[in-house]
Design a protein around this ligand. Structure first.
Ligand SMILES: [Zn+2]
Length: 574
């Protein structure tokens, strides 16, 4: 029997037998060649000394686990002077010496391991008829060499968090090839400098304004042009703006109250539309019944008979006959004020997962709520369409004053990305306070300057305008730019920025989390660099999903990516 299209094998091997046992295929193989050179001296073996069997696992075939049973011949070396008197033949194209699995199975498990983690990988490959353990997968991935250093020229550098606030590493991204170039275990001047020294061809470094990466790049690639990342610049500016607003809290408060007073009713949700429809139907039914009563009454029927004929109580008939006009539509009873003091409690409980009106009713009654179950039910039904999102108390009370941070962020955000409420808020607050108006103008100009890369001259004009504004916090920000002047100026001219690095950073975070902490750095490094999709940064949507546990820095991603606000802090100002 020769080879089989179902089980490709090196041409030097032939299939002797195939045994099938449930989901296990045992394929017996032996070498065809009669001339086997000695691995030591190259002289062909003169005669066969003995035979033995060696079993190795192979990739699955038609959903069946495959085991190869190799007949290995031991040869006597043809050269009498050779120190290797006896040697066993090898199958270099199929399996390495001493290995218990074929090369192709090894590669398959490594791919599984770089895509998933050890435990999931083992589950998956066992399901695919290549049974193995998580430990084996991890060991196999760790055997993989790291990709050779690419000839990176434009580098984006940033930190990534082992543990937020406690321990950081460094990520380097090739901004031209759009791939992670390196993942370093530490965030230190030494390790980053060493990396730059090993990559002298780097001529652009996009980085934050921190000292570590600045020093490392200056020392490692002194000829390279530094570009301060626009995302970090905007972030630092927003922080300065936030400090400024701390001295203008009164204006923010006044405008928030003013807007809350005039607030337009929220657009009707599907639930409240349904409530309206039901109310309308009830009204029509009452009108029909009223007309029936009067028709029968005019026809001379007795009131008790009318009640029996229509199927309503006689008191309802008496009431209908009091007025000839059909009843007016039911006006929505103003019971909301009864529930008012409990709204905040209800929304909290809803967000905790209690969605049963009856249960919530009991809870608020215990707190002294005097109203009806129906009112609670109506309130709860209005929560329902937003089931997937936490209910924001803001939509009910409209009295929260946005935080200084929120206001700073809504101003830094490009105009098309502000909500209607934010636009109204900014309009009001700007018209109320000239200092805020000035700060807002400067904010807008700074954003345009960076986004449109309006150049160094425009940057200098803007700095002069800030100094002339007399706003201490922003002047301090401008003064702070001086020590990194060249790199800041480049941010206003160069197109390179760290947006892509942020994307890869999110991916590192995701991979780190799916490794259940068992990984250790070498495994994380391989999973980041050798992942089948190593060249694909997260798109905007994935990035949002992965950064939903909103931390302050990630919160600012909207500035870089221009996405719509999703985090809780931003919902608060909406
Ligand atoms: Zn020999």
């Amino acid at each position: 029997m020769g080879s089989s299209p179902f089980l490709p094998l090196p041409s030097t091997l032939s299939i002797d037998a195939v045994e099938q046992n449930h989901n296990l295929l045992v394929v017996s193989l032996s070498a065809i060649s009669s001339v086997i050179p000695c691995p030591k001296c190259g002289t062909p073996g003169s005669r066969i000394h003995s035979r033995y069997h060696r079993t190795v696992a192979d990739v699955a075939c038609g959903g069946q686990h495959v085991v190869l049973k190799l007949t290995v011949r031991k040869w006597v070396c043809g050269s009498p002077s050779c120190s290797q008197r006896i040697f066993a033949e090898r199958f270099v194209e199929l399996v390495q010496r001493y290995a218990r699995m074929t090369d192709r199975l090894l590669q398959t498990l490594q791919s599984v391991g770089t895509t998933t983690n050890g435990a999931d990988g083992a589950r998956l490959s066992s399901k695919l008829a290549m049974p193995t353990t998580g430990k084996t997968i991890i060991r196999r991935v760790l055997e993989l060499p790291l990709p050779k250093d690419p000839s990176i020229r434009k580098a984006g550098i940033d930190e990534w968090a082992w543990k937020k606030g406690a321990r950081y590493g460094t990520i380097l991204v090739d901004l031209e090839q759009r791939r992670v170039a390196a993942l370093l275990e530490e965030r230190s001047v030494e390790t980053s400098t060493a990396w730059f020294v090993a990559h002298p061809q780097v001529d652009i470094v996009s980085r934050d304004r921190g000292k570590i990466f600045r020093e490392a790049a200056s020392a490692g690639v002194p000829h390279a042009k530094h570009v301060v990342d626009r995302f970090h610049l905007q972030k630092n500016f927003a922080e300065a703006l936030e400090k400024f607003f701390r001295h203008h809290k009164q204006s923010l408060k006044a405008v928030a109250h003013q807007l809350a007073g005039k607030a337009h009713p929220a657009p009707k949700s599907a639930a409240s539309r349904q409530i309206d429809q039901e109310r309308e139907q009830r009204h029509q039914q009452r009108v029909r019944r009223h007309q029936q009563v009067w028709t029968l009454f005019r026809a001379g029927y007795h009131k008790e008979d009318i009640a029996a004929m229509i199927g309503i109580g006689s008191s309802s008939v008496y009431r209908a006959l009091e007025h000839e006009h059909p009843p007016a539509p039911e006006t929505r009873r103003r019971t909301d004020h009864v529930a008012g003091p409990y709204l905040s409690y209800l929304s909290d409980r809803w967000n905790q997962g209690c969605h049963t009106a009856a249960q919530l009713y009991e809870e608020v009654v215990a707190q002294g709520y005097p109203g009806s179950l129906r009112t609670i039910d109506r309130i709860v039904r209005q929560f329902r369409p937003q089931k997937t999102q936490p209910v924001s108390r803001q939509t009910i009370t409209q009295k929260n004053v946005p935080s200084t941070r929120s206001v700073a962020l809504m101003m830094v955000r490009p105009a098309p990305h502000r909500t209607k409420e934010q636009i109204a808020f900014i309009d009001q607050v700007v018209s109320r306070d000239p200092a805020i108006a000035m700060a807002f103008t400067l904010t807008q100009e700074f954003g345009q300057l960076l986004r449109q890369r309006q150049g160094v001259q425009r940057l200098e004009q803007w700095k002069a305008a800030v100094r002339a504004s007399g706003i201490t916090e922003l002047i301090r920000f401008v003064e702070g730019l001086a020590d990194d002047e060249g790199a800041v100026a480049n941010a206003c001219t160069e197109s390179y920025s760290n947006g892509m690095v942020e994307g890869f950073n999110a991916k590192v975070k995701l991979i780190k989390r799916t490794s259940y902490g068992q990984a250790g750095f070498p495994l994380l490094q391989r999973r980041v660099l050798l992942h089948p999709a190593a060249g694909e940064a997260f798109d905007k949507e994935q990035r949002q999903r992965s950064s939903r546990r909103s931390a302050p820095a990630e919160h600012l991603e909207v500035l870089a990516s221009g996405s719509t606000p999703t985090t809780e802090a931003e919902a608060r100002i909406a």
